[in-house]
Design a protein around this ligand. Structure first.
Ligand code: HEM
Ligand SMILES: *[C@@H]1O[C@H](CO)[C@@H](O)[C@H](O)[C@H]1NC(C)=O
Ligand SMILES: *[C@@H]1O[C@H](CO)[C@@H](O)[C@H](O)[C@H]1NC(C)=O
Ligand SMILES: *[C@@H]1O[C@H](CO)[C@@H](O)[C@H](O)[C@H]1NC(C)=O
Ligand SMILES: *[C@@H]1O[C@H](CO)[C@@H](O)[C@H](O)[C@H]1NC(C)=O
Ligand SMILES: *[C@@H]1O[C@H](CO)[C@@H](O)[C@H](O)[C@H]1NC(C)=O
Ligand SMILES: *[C@@H]1O[C@H](CO)[C@@H](O)[C@H](O)[C@H]1NC(C)=O
Length: 350
């Protein structure tokens, strides 16, 4: 206990020393063919400010929405690529599924926000912006408006026409009960590595988790890698393994996008096995320490890995469609709607 307080004080002191730079990522992964930063420059020039202004207002009412939107982008990209399939009514993790894997639904308010955004965007630009791009922009703005780094989002994703099956969803998303040894193979299937895992897990600096997501660590007894006081508090919140209650993912600053999540891990106060084990596995531990000591470094690496994740399995050009309704495919058939590409040329989608 005394030692964990010492670590906390030391880390806090070092954090004060490192300057809180604006942290705009300079170092980006390669941009996938067909995506660009200027994709909607002529077809929807106000796109980014529409998204930013709308979310800014929504977050004043409910900051938890930011966590919900960030998580939707993660689920979208990990399951058959960032194609908006997570938004489809009928997808295994889609908005209408109540007990689909991974069991706990994504926040309904986040799905609603994406649909509201699309209506706003369509009102100004017509149906030119994909739902998958709206999800990617909303995730970035959730990070920024919670205090995290800004980064440029490559755009031009198109929406998928296939549902995510239950099996694909289960196979693509690591479980919170997984340790690093179990998670890395899942990530390597989509070319993400241990550094990406440490950086992206920093998304757990905001948001909440339900008892059932960490009951493996408190029942029947305390996971020995968990701090005793933290454990006592979790058992108060979740007296039984199936209690329907939630707790913050980052106890130090639950609604602020910062590097405190890594300080939690150093103090054995990470919530899930998949979190805490990052501090105990030799492949991930040193980066956890680096991020706990240097928020600027975390912000840079997070932005880098988010852009990488945001380009997984994207549909571009004439593939996929621009959905009229983010929750449903366009009338069974793939759209004949003309799209304007980044050079301003008309290209027929087929
Ligand atoms: C090893 C990979 C990951 C695992 C096992 C995992 C697991 C989970 C689980 C179990 C929850 C809580 C669900 C609940 O009980 O309500 C959660 C929440 C969350 N996750 Fe992850 N996650 C992972 C990666 C990510 C990534 C890459 C991001 C984004 C960059 C992310 C962002 C979030 C956010 C923001 C929440 C809070 C959602 C809310 O408050 O509604 N996670 N995650
Ligand atoms: C959660 O999903 C898994 C995998 O499909 C399933 O085995 C388990 O029974 C589900 N749990 C609940 C509480 O629905
Ligand atoms: C889904 O996975 C289960 C268990 O791995 C398997 O038995 C089943 O056949 C799969 N279903 C489909 C549709 O692939
Ligand atoms: C990770 O979890 C698996 C499955 O529970 C277990 O067999 C393995 O020993 C664990 N690895 C480490 C390094 O803890
Ligand atoms: C959990 O509690 C919330 C709020 O009280 C409720 O809306 C939800 O339906 C409950 N979920 C389950 C699975 O009982
Ligand atoms: C923190 O990381 C940034 C970005 O990599 C680096 O420029 C800076 O020197 C680091 N600060 C410290 C105190 O190590
Ligand atoms: C969008 O699609 C969903 C799922 O099919 C449907 O429930 C909803 O009413 C549709 N919304 C609009 C505005 O058409």
């Amino acid at each position: 206990m005394a030692s964990s307080i010492l670590v906390f004080l030391l880390v806090s002191a070092l954090c004060l020393l490192s300057s809180p730079a604006p942290a705009v990522a300079q170092n980006l992964p390669p941009i996938v063919n067909g995506l660009s930063f200027t994709f909607y420059k002529s077809s929807c020039p106000k796109l980014e400010s529409i998204v930013r202004d709308f979310l800014n207002k929504q977050f004043e009412k409910d900051i938890g929405l930011a966590a919900g939107l960030l998580r939707i982008h993660f689920h979208d990209c990990f399951v058959q690529g960032c194609d908006g399939s997570v938004l489809l009514d009928g997808s295994a993790s889609g908005p209408s599924e109540q007990d689909a894997p991974p069991n706990l639904t994504l926040r309904p308010a986040a799905f609603q926000a994406i649909n509201d955004l699309r209506a706003l965007i369509d009102g100004q630009c017509g149906r030119v912006v994909s739902c998958a791009d709206v999800v990617a922009l909303a995730a970035r703005d959730s990070v920024v408006l919670s205090g995290g780094p800004s980064y440029k989002v490559p755009l031009g994703r198109r929406d998928g026409v296939t549902f995510a099956t239950r099996n694909a969803t289960l196979a693509s998303l690591p479980a919170p009960t997984f340790n690093v040894t179990q998670i890395l193979p899942v990530l390597s299937l989509i070319n993400l590595d241990a550094d990406d895992l440490v950086a992206l897990s920093g998304g757990h600096t905001i948001g909440r988790g339900h008892c059932s997501s960490f009951s493996n660590r408190i029942f029947p007894s305390r996971d020995p890698t968990m701090d005793q006081t933290f454990f006592n508090n979790l058992r108060d919140t979740c007296p039984a393994s199936d209690t329907n209650a939630t707790t913050s993912l980052d106890i130090r600053s639950p609604n602020v996008f910062d590097n405190k999540y890594y300080v939690d891990l150093m103090n054995r106060q990470g919530l899930f096995t998949s979190d805490e084990n990052l501090y105990f596995d030799s492949r991930t531990k040193s980066l956890v320490l680096d991020f706990a000591l240097n928020q600027t470094l975390f912000f840079e690496k997070f932005a880098f890995s988010m852009v990488k994740m945001g380009q997984l399995g994207v549909l571009t050009g004439g593939n996929g469609e621009i959905r009229a309704n983010c929750s449903a495919r366009n009338g069974g058939k793939i759209s004949m709607w003309p799209v304007i590409d980044q050079h301003g040329e008309q290209t027929a989608a087929f």
